[in-house]
Design a protein around this ligand. Structure first.
Ligand code: ATP
Ligand code: MG
Length: 683
């Protein structure tokens, strides 16, 4: 398709936005109105119609996923060399490139390192512990404060002079030392990727001139989520030419907690009085019903700019609200529905997306999806089996059923800490190889005493006796009780607390481990109320159940990265800019969405925008799910349906399961119907 044909497909307002190239341009419009489409078409327009070199164009957005998608869309339009040198990246990648090109001016040596938040935290811990013992929470607070300063372009000197109380003064002093140490390590942190380029461009006119010569046109997607530093970066680069296009939607501003300034939309008009503001009103993504829900919900927020969105996509299906008994039933419901709906609606896996407020909500869902062998991709956040605590627990399980599993042995022999060092393990391994036995068995052999000091031998055999003891108890009766007892006896929880940066993290990790054990129990004993797949019918012993879990784990690791036909699992935050035919929004409960912290902090409006973002990802169908009870802090708690449900148009909602609990027999029958129906569909 030629660029002219592409342009012809856009509506007049979109065309205007693409064609306007002489000055600053802001496209302010609601979800699904084609803002990102304007950006991608405009890049092609600049190259193919205006004859601008792709090298002179920089398009930036926020997430890697969004940048990748944009690159793909542009790649389809530009042929061969046309796209050479084009920058389509996240803000942070652009910053990284500037830093790379300007190391000398910045006073950095080549080969600098980028500290991730964990590295940064470790440095802060060292610095803060110099004065007095500090706890994880204090470190987090200071880290957050420093990040805020950096996002707001506040340097250590300014932070110190503006500090309003002792806490801020302290944080500012740590900030100063932190920056000094980073420099000494030749390292930068995540926020520096924006801050350093801005400071550099401000202070070095010759560097600024060089980058202004390099970048002639800038395009920014999701502009409402820029922070002060990011806006300044755009402003510095574009101040002279004033040639840029930014697109955004104030109703989708969901990163205030990370320093985003939706007021940047207003600032832009002040800084660039000739700003051409273009509004788009037609939505090309969602059915009328979905759009009405989104509009009605967001009308509860105050608005700076009035926007009206309409769609020609037809009314579509009503929005379903599914109330479940508890969180596990919710996950089960979503997974089994996707399984049947894929066939009924002739959809692909990738047509389904499940969105949730926090990554932890994916835990149960993943297990259910695996159970039904539904391929899925988890964005952001670590998939269940690759979490460290799950790997540890799995290693224990593997060692219990197979003491010869040397890898499992090595993973957990010193977890929790048993003072068994790498030197000891190396000698043990040599000895085991020589004798042709497993590491576990080598610990029992008498000859070991000649190789290792008595103390090391004793520690090793204490470990193997511990494992042997658990094995005996497993053989003797209740295997699950023995496994749970093992976790308690070695106090794995205490180990997690020692190693987590915050108690809540340790808590969550321990909850993950218990979920794994619950899962093991499930696959041993069938819950008569659950709809299970065939393979679970053969009730069996713990060994078989453990090997099934191990297999799941291996299968997941083997899952090919480039195989893209998968159900998408992502947080609402990560879903920005994306769209899917069928969307599930999970956990529509008070304290979850809106989140408890937001309710307490009085920032429910941002949560409403988050729900708006989630709803507007859907093209054809939207399903909202919630649970009547959910586990929190190890206890089952009653949940209240989210206030956002009350804010949606009543007539468009179709409730399921709101009445009292359904007769279990009827439910069972329905489940069997579903499976029978599925089988017949599969032939
Ligand atoms: P969001 O606010 O969620 O980021 P957006 O405003 O960036 O949404 P796009 O993702 O660009 O919207 O477009 C939404 C959908 O509408 C896409 O599938 C896109 O291909 C389609 N679309 C955009 N403009 C048109 C048009 N003029 N005609 C037909 N389809 C269009
Ligand atoms: Mg977009």
């Amino acid at each position: 398709m030629s660029i002219q044909q592409r342009l012809a497909k856009l509506n007049p307002r979109q065309q205007e936005a693409v064609r306007y190239i002489d000055g600053p341009c802001l496209v302010l419009a609601g979800a699904g109105s084609g803002k990102t489409s304007v950006i991608t078409t405009k890049i092609a327009y600049l190259v193919q119609v205006c004859g601008m070199s792709a090298r002179r164009i920089a398009a930036v957005t926020f997430t890697n996923k969004a940048a990748r998608e944009m690159k793909e869309r542009v790649g389809q339009m530009l042929k061969g060399k046309e796209g050479h040198g084009l920058t389509v990246s996240t803000f942070h990648t652009l910053g990284l490139n500037i830093i790379r090109g300007e190391l000398k001016a910045l006073g950095y040596k080549p080969g600098f390192s980028l500290f991730d938040p964990e590295d940064a935290k470790a440095l802060l811990r060292d610095l803060m512990n110099k004065d007095a013992q500090v706890d994880a929470e204090q470190i987090n607070a200071v880290q957050h404060q420093i990040s805020e300063w950096k996002n707001d372009l506040v340097l250590p000197g300014q932070a110190l002079s503006h500090a309003v109380d002792e806490d801020e003064q302290y944080a500012a002093r740590v900030y100063e030392a932190y920056v000094r140490h980073l420099k000494a390590y030749n390292a930068v942190d995540f926020d520096d990727l924006i801050l350093l380029p801005v400071v550099l461009l401000k202070d070095h006119p010759e560097v600024l001139a060089r980058w202004r010569r390099k970048i002639h046109y800038m395009l920014v997607d999701e502009y409402q989520d820029t922070n002060v530093s990011q806006y300044l970066l755009v402003k510095l680069l574009m101040a002279e030419r004033k040639t840029f296009t930014v697109v955004g939607d104030d109703d989708q501003s969901i990163y205030a907690w990370r320093g985003a300034r939706p007021e940047n939309l207003v600032t832009l008009g002040e800084d660039f009085p000739r700003l051409n503001v273009i509004k788009l009103e037609q939505n090309y993504r969602s059915t009328g019903t979905i759009l009405r829900a989104a509009n009605t919900l967001i009308a509860n927020n105050p608005h700076v700019y009035e926007k009206t969105l309409w769609s020609e996509m037809g009314q579509g299906a009503p929005i379903r609200v599914v109330v479940n008994r508890h969180e596990e039933a919710e996950a089960e419901r979503v997974a089994s529905e996707i399984l049947t709906r894929r066939i009924k609606e002739r959809a692909e896996w990738r047509d389904f997306a499940v969105l949730y407020r926090g990554n932890f909500q994916a835990r149960l869902l993943e297990l259910k999806l695996q159970h039904y062998q539904i391929p899925y991709k988890l964005s952001g956040g670590t998939s269940f089996f690759s979490r460290n605590e799950i790997k540890d627990a799995m290693a224990y399980l593997r060692l219990l059923i197979n003491p010869a599993d040397d890898n499992a042995f090595l993973r957990i022999v010193n977890v929790p800490r048993r003072e068994i060092g790498p030197g000891t393990l190396e000698k043990l391994a040599n000895y085991a190889t020589e004798r042709g036995v497993s590491l576990f068995d080598a610990c029992h052999e008498l000859g070991l005493e000649q190789q290792l000091p008595a103390r090391a031998v004793e520690r090793l055999s204490r470990f193997t006796h511990f494992i042997d003891g658990v094995r005996r108890r497993m053989d003797g009766g209740d295997a699950l009780a023995a496994i749970r007892g093992m976790l308690l006896e070695m106090d794995y929880e205490a180990w997690l607390y020692q190693n987590a940066s915050a108690p809540t993290i340790a808590e969550r990790r321990m909850a993950n481990v218990w979920t794994l054990i619950d899962q093991l129990e499930k696959s041993m004993r069938r819950d008569p109320e659950e709809i299970e797949a065939e393979d679970a019918a053969e009730t069996d012993d713990v060994e078989a159940a453990i090997s099934r879990l191990v297999l799941r784990d291996i299968l997941e690791q083997q899952a090919e990265e480039d195989d893209t036909d998968k159900v998408q699992l992502l947080t609402m935050h990560a879903s920005k800019g994306l769209e899917f035919p069928h969307v599930y929004l999970m956990g529509l409960e008070e304290e979850l969405l809106p989140h408890r912290n937001a309710i307490e902090a009085g920032t429910v409006e941002e949560e409403r925008r988050l729900a708006y973002v989630g709803i507007t990802r859907a093209r054809q169908t939207l399903t909202l799910t919630l649970a009547r009870q959910r586990k929190a802090f190890g206890e089952l708690m009653d949940c209240t349906p989210s206030r956002f449900l009350d804010e949606l148009p009543t007539d468009d909602l179709e409730w399921e399961g709101r009445a009292d609990r359904e007769d279990p027999e009827k439910k069972q029958a329905r489940g069997q119907d579903a499976i029978a129906g599925l089988r017949s569909l599969l032939g």
